[in-house]
Ligand binder design. Structure first.
Ligand SMILES: [Zn+2]
Length: 155
């Protein structure tokens, strides 16, 4: 079994692949990729995705966002628009991590990937995906130097 320190090193290296965004965002994307490698995220079809988004938003007490699906072209797989309360997904299936990432932008009211976003993302993963995914996400974020609230505060 690969140790967490190896995953942290992998994430630091992978951050170099995201050259079009700020370093904090690049690290955040890279950490999510490592979670995918280590634990896998459940993949959702379009109908499953709509149900999942509704269930998460209902629990979180926000209106469901306007969802649109576009053909996958570049490396972008999803994006959220806080002002319009909408999320665009690209490609035929989306993983739970990406969905919760985009919803975290909406519930945190943060378009970037700073600490407010990260805390919210980990909290949503813990509540709507699994404790294992959230604990790993949290540990690798800390490992690559992304500040995040203590685990106990994120439930
Ligand atoms: Zn984002």
């Amino acid at each position: 079994m690969t140790s967490i320190s190896q995953f942290i090193e992998d994430a630091k290296l992978a951050a170099g692949n995201y050259q079009r965004c700020d370093h904090e965002s690049a690290l955040c994307y890279a950490v999510e990729g490592v979670v995918e490698t280590a634990h896998g995220w459940k993949r959702l079809s379009k109908p499953e995705l709509a149900l999942f988004v509704d269930a998460v938003c209902d629990t979180e007490g926000i209106d469901s966002p306007e969802i649109s699906h576009l053909r996958r072209t570049g490396s972008v797989i999803a994006s959220a628009d806080i002002e319009y309360h909408s999320i665009e997904f690209r490609g035929s299936t989306v993983n739970v991590g990406s969905v919760l990432h985009e919803i975290a932008h909406l519930t945190a009211g943060a378009s970037g990937h700073g600490i407010v976003f990260r805390n919210e993302f980990v909290r949503l993963v813990r509540r709507h995906s699994s404790v294992e995914h959230a604990a790993f996400l949290h540990a690798v974020m800390q490992g690559v130097g992304l500040e995040v609230a203590p685990w106990q505060a994120l439930s």
